[in-house]
Ligand binder design. Structure first.
Ligand code: ZN
Ligand code: ZN
Ligand code: FE
Length: 743
């Protein structure tokens, strides 16, 4: 309306305190620019607990709104405190020198090249034109180059690269996007690549295999459309069938290969830049990229070097590059990170080893994610995810949690924050154990934490359990599946008692049982079992996990069809003798593991009888499912045991696809009945779904929907993988709630 009077707002001075990921992300130049635009005077400074701002003028409300709405892309504000302080007058806005002392705030995670840097990378007028290490405060390496806090260039692996005058000017200019960008570098002063981009592209185009040093380690890359190249990579790396991830230039190049949903595409394009599982278009790539699976792990180019490689190929190519991009970790050992190591360990695998002179301080594999029930979920958490802390519900003592044995991670807690390490790997080799030790040392040192207790798994054979005593601290041992459930409850900040379905491969029960299909009530450090899957014999122990036909025979024995074993497994001459031994010989241990039940079903359906990698049979079974369907009366629940014997007894009448669909649907229905019974008995309706089998999307989505429809509240793993990669968080929170000796 015409004539509305403009209100004259009185000037005021406010003090704003920000905490969270607010340092090393371009917050101060952003605040400087914003305050100047709002016509405010005052200052911004970094301190021990975050960022402090004082602004004075009449547009402070406007400033506050835009402060959160327009914050830099990598910043996340956990707490924002505002108070009014006396006005001091004065003009202009300044960035004050950091107040020395201890800086306890965070290092942020490594981030994919931002749009501004990408523009400069291909702008002939920019001094960063075609420079493979361009970065700014909105992108680039962080965690993987940081030796210790505070996060300043001399504390990173950029210490050996003195800034040139142009970089120094950008670094010191509050109006510049690179103000205090610690990894700032340009062709005049920064790291250099060992080989020309053109040679790398030619090697790949010619069917060769390239080892490429990246952010958290080396990748092995080859043309994903070239079957002989992919097969050669499998053969040289000693990786028979485990799926490879595929890198493409950008979102648009996904469409020829996969059918991403909007959520999957957004996740792939996020600054964390994980590998994201997406439905594959059959025949788009070489068959041996991801044999037997319906989804492909896709990742977008996330460093300037990747972008240059794809751009080099773009000229004159028949189809755009799609590159296998797999971690260079021969023999299951940790990712190769240093140059001498690369020569030694990748010689004979790669035709060309491409390196650069910016050292990688901490290894980090690519993170792997999928979308479950409409939201992202981890399969492996590493680069881009670490070291962002998980905020806990409550304060507590500092503890060090050592994780499991396979896919291990460690967790260190500090106050209300839990820092879960990147994926470390299987603690089967001396190299991996060394990486595990280094990760613990690095985490404790950058966090400046002295734990007062250590926590590990009950299993005495886990390497992590065996090393627990070396820290000279009280050791708490926590049951594997209780820790799985506690981890999920913790990331959702649930403090009351919860029910949990631990759907897992293997874990030791409190009396030496082989568990993996349990319903538990977990309350703080206390827990008890309310139900189990019916057990099956575990013939051959660990061998049963590698050879699903053994579980197939065990299942036949359990349902009284042992006599058919030889006929059902004609290619496994030991099947008949094994069935005979189960019928009359000494009995093997039994297991309630859902993972082993998946193996049994996959074997009996003829989907897979011997696995090349852990979980292969279950993943191939899942890949066959279009719509899960339920076999009525396919299960029984007797108040303690959930048995799928009726379903197994009818399995020989189904082809692989319908068998897989009926198994998933029946499993969902049976688990729902068990959960409803547990909820009725305990009065708890919150059901955490954890364990390695929760990475099965068909199972977890179906179960979550079914529990919801039954009036229960399913809780899924979101910030950590549901498998052993998230176990250390559960161990940590349970240990924090365990009274220390003498309490
Ligand atoms: Zn950038
Ligand atoms: Zn420079
Ligand atoms: Fe587990």
């Amino acid at each position: 309306m015409a004539g509305t009077p403009t209100l004259a707002v009185a000037a005021e001075r406010i003090r704003v305190r920000l905490s969270g990921a607010v340092q090393g992300v371009g917050m101060r130049p952003f605040v400087h620019r914003l305050a100047t635009q709002c016509g405010l005077s005052g200052f911004v400074s970094n301190g021990a607990d975050g960022v402090t701002i004082e602004v004075e003028g009449s547009r402070t409300a406007d400033f506050l709104t835009r402060l959160t709405a327009e914050r830099p892309p990598l910043a996340s504000i956990d707490h924002l405190g505002v108070e009014t302080v006396p006005q001091t007058g004065g003009a202009g806005f300044v960035i004050r020198q950091s107040t020395g002392g201890t800086v306890t705030t965070r290092i942020v995670a490594d981030a994919a090249t931002c749009a501004d840097c990408l523009r400069e990378l291909f702008d002939p007028a920019s001094r960063f034109f075609h420079y493979p290490f361009v970065n700014c405060t909105h992108c680039g390496p962080r965690y993987t180059i940081t030796r210790r806090l505070p996060y300043d260039r001399p504390q990173t692996s950029m210490a050996g690269f003195p800034m040139c005058p142009a970089c120094a000017a950008d670094y010191a200019d509050p109006a510049n996007r690179r103000f205090h960008a610690e990894p700032i570098a340009c062709p005049a002063c920064g790291p250099r690549l060992s080989h020309p981009i053109k040679l790398i592209a030619e090697t790949v185009r010619g069917g060769g295999i390239v080892a490429l040093k990246g952010i958290g380690g080396f990748h092995l890359m080859c043309d994903a459309r070239n079957e002989p190249a992919v097969a050669a990579l499998r053969q040289r790396k000693g990786r028979e069938a485990k799926p490879f991830a595929v890198m493409v230039a950008n979102l648009a190049s996904l469409d020829a290969i996969v059918r991403p949903t909007a959520v999957e595409a957004a996740l792939a394009a996020s600054s964390a830049s994980p590998i994201v599982l997406m439905d594959a278009i059959p025949g788009a790539l070489a068959a041996s990229v991801s044999p037997g699976l319906a989804r492909l792990g896709m990742i977008l180019a996330y460093t300037p070097l990747h972008h240059l490689l794809f751009a080099e190929r773009a000229g004159g190519a028949a189809s755009p590059f799609a590159l296998v991009a797999t971690s260079a970790n021969p023999g299951g050992e940790p990712l190769v990170v240093d140059d001498a190591d690369a020569e030694r360990r990748l010689h004979g695998i790669a035709d060309l080893i491409v390196t650069h002179d910016r050292p990688i301080v901490i290894r980090a594999d690519d993170s792997v994610m999928q979308v479950i029930a409409g939201a992202p979920s981890y399969l492996r958490r590493a680069r881009g995810g670490v070291p962002d802390p998980i905020e806990l519900a409550e304060d507590g003592p500092a503890v060090l949690a050592l994780g499991a044995h396979l896919k291990s991670t460690v967790t260190v807690t500090r106050g209300r924050e839990a820092f879960v390490s990147q994926h470390i790997g299987d603690l089967d080799t001396a190299e991996t154990v060394r990486f595990w030790t280094e990760t613990i040392d690095h985490l404790l040192s950058i966090l400046d934490v002295r734990p007062d207790r250590v926590v590990c798994d009950l299993h005495p054979d886990y390497r992590s359990s065996q090393l627990a005593d070396r820290f000279g601290l009280p050791v708490i041992r926590v049951q594997h599946h209780a820790a799985h459930i506690a981890a999920i409850a913790a990331e959702h900040r649930l403090t009351g008692p919860v029910l949990g379905l631990a759907l897992d491969g293997h874990g030791l029960g409190p009396n030496g049982e082989a568990w993996g299909g349990e319903m538990l009530r977990v309350d703080g450090a206390g827990w008890r079992a309310l139900g189990h899957l019916a057990t099956l014999p575990l013939p051959g122990g660990d061998r049963a996990a590698r050879e699903p036909w053994r579980m197939g025979v065990a299942a036949l024995h359990a349902i009284g069809q042992g006599a058919t074993a030889a006929a059902r497994f004609p290619t496994h001459p030991l099947a008949g003798p094994l069935a005979a031994r189960l019928a009359s010989g000494p009995q093997p241990i039994v297991t309630s593991s859902l993972g082993r039940l998946f193996d049994a079903v996959a074997a009996l359906l003829g989907v897979r009888t011997v696995q090349a990698y852990e979980g292969q049979a279950a993943m191939e079974l899942e890949a066959l499912v279009r719509t899960p369907r339920t076999t009525p009366n396919g299960w029984t629940w007797d108040g303690n045991r959930l048995s799928f014997a009726p379903f197994l007894a009818a399995l020989d009448s189904h082809d692989p696809q319908s068998g897989a669909e009926l198994f998933h649907g029946t499993l969902i229905a049976g688990l729902t009945e068990m959960a409803l019974a547990g909820a009725a008995a305990s009065g708890i309706s919150t059901i955490c779904i954890g364990g390695g089998c929760a990475m099965n999307r068909v199972l977890t989505e179906g179960l979550a929907a079914s529990l919801t429809a039954s009036g229960l509240t399913p809780i899924l793993a979101r910030q950590l993988p549901p498998n052993d990669g998230g176990l250390s968080l559960g161990q940590a929170v349970m240990a924090r709630l365990t009274p220390a000796r003498g309490d």
